[in-house]
Design a protein around this ligand. Structure first.
Ligand code: MN
Ligand code: MN
Length: 349
């Protein structure tokens, strides 16, 4: 007898879910097969992304088409959206879905039975990175449908992040990884492309409370609020400034890739609101970008904010509502909140 195991002794995603369920007897397991379906969608997207310009999808839609939010829709955005819908609509777990690529909620159609969950997703995050062969990803969020298996309406989706029962993302980088929480810590799986399995490689991720690395698009400095200017200027002042230490800066311009770096080695990310038209409430979307990343961050011991307070508690008024987003090292994010709340206090007094 040898000690050989298919995955070198590491749990697969399916094994991880089953073993997690054994410790939570109330769980029905519905959830497990929904996550297996999401995992399949992410594997299919990973395969397309890995083929680069050789992917068939480049022929699927003309370049330059814009989505409901006026953003240029890449062919892979459309393909990834379809992969998510087809992978998850059939299983009887989901009542409806919201996607970055769809203006209205997608109600699971006959002949499929509607289930008790709502799924929100950004099928391909950072898709402008595709053309330059940089990391992109997918983000997803699962909630209980407030009215059970009735056809969900827009209002049913307008819930705070605290109602999520599961959240995660896949990052398609040099290796593809799936980072997941079902409410008991944040765990990362690496795709074994030969086996086609997500294999648990990074259980119980933690984001250190302190950091000397920040990520922001500094070209927008002239549009920022005073609190953001103050925070970044203090970082840039280094050892001779009020922080008394040197900082590094990073900017990939892909939320998933930025989040992934922070889960792997810490740091803080800022996408603040600013004075430009269309950026007054921030840029990232609450339901399928901010809330899922925020849940993963909190489950890893970090903090996620809209600059002033806990962003998990923010209730969107519209499906595609935007918000400022600051997350990562708890002490850094709380410092940024303090600066915002001090300058807000000054304005009103
Ligand atoms: Mn996207
Ligand atoms: Mn996105």
């Amino acid at each position: 007898m040898t000690h050989a195991s298919p995955t070198g002794g590491r749990p697969t995603l399916a094994q991880f879910l089953i073993e997690s369920r054994r410790t939570a007897p109330a769980a029905t397991g519905d959830f497990d097969s929904l996550l297996t379906d999401i995992g399949l969608a992410c594997k299919a997207i990973a395969l397309q992304v890995s083929r680069g310009v050789l992917s068939d999808s480049t022929a699927m839609t003309p370049h330059g088409f814009r989505n409901v939010q006026g953003e240029v829709q890449q062919p892979l955005d459309v393909l990834s959206n379809d992969l998510f819908l087809r992978a998850t609509e059939w299983g009887g777990h989901v009542a409806g879905m919201v996607s970055e690529e769809l203006e209205e909620p997608y109600v699971v159609p006959p002949p499929f039975p509607r289930g008790k969950y709502l799924l929100c997703f950004d099928p391909l995050d950072g898709s402008s990175n595709i053309d330059v062969n940089m990391s992109v990803g997918s983000i997803f969020s699962v909630r209980m449908a407030p009215r059970g298996t009735d056809a969900p309406t827009v209002a049913d989706f307008l819930l705070p992040g605290t109602t999520q029962v599961c959240a995660g993302y896949a990052v398609y980088g040099p290796a593809s990884m799936l980072v997941l929480t079902v409410g008991h810590g944040t765990h990362a799986f690496t795709l074994d492309p030969q086996l086609g399995e997500w294999v648990l490689t990074h259980p119980n991720l933690t984001i250190p409370a302190d950091s000397a690395e920040f990520a922001i698009n500094a070209s927008n400095r002239r549009h920022w609020e005073p609190a953001v200017v103050q925070y970044v200027d203090e970082c840039l002042a280094g050892t001779n400034g009020p922080r008394g230490k040197d900082f590094n800066m990073r900017w990939i311009a892909s939320l998933v890739a930025e989040a992934h770096r922070i889960f792997m080695r810490g740091g803080v990310f800022l996408y603040p609101r600013d004075a430009r038209p269309g950026y007054g409430q921030g840029r990232l979307r609450l339901l399928y970008e901010i809330h899922p990343i925020a849940m993963l961050v909190e489950q890893a011991g970090g903090w996620a904010s809209d600059g002033a307070s806990r962003v998990m508690e923010v209730v969107p008024a519209q499906l595609h509502e935007r918000r400022a987003f600051v997350f990562g090292a708890r002490n850094e994010v709380e410092r940024i909140e303090r600066y915002h709340n001090v300058s807000a206090g000054k304005r009103t007094s």
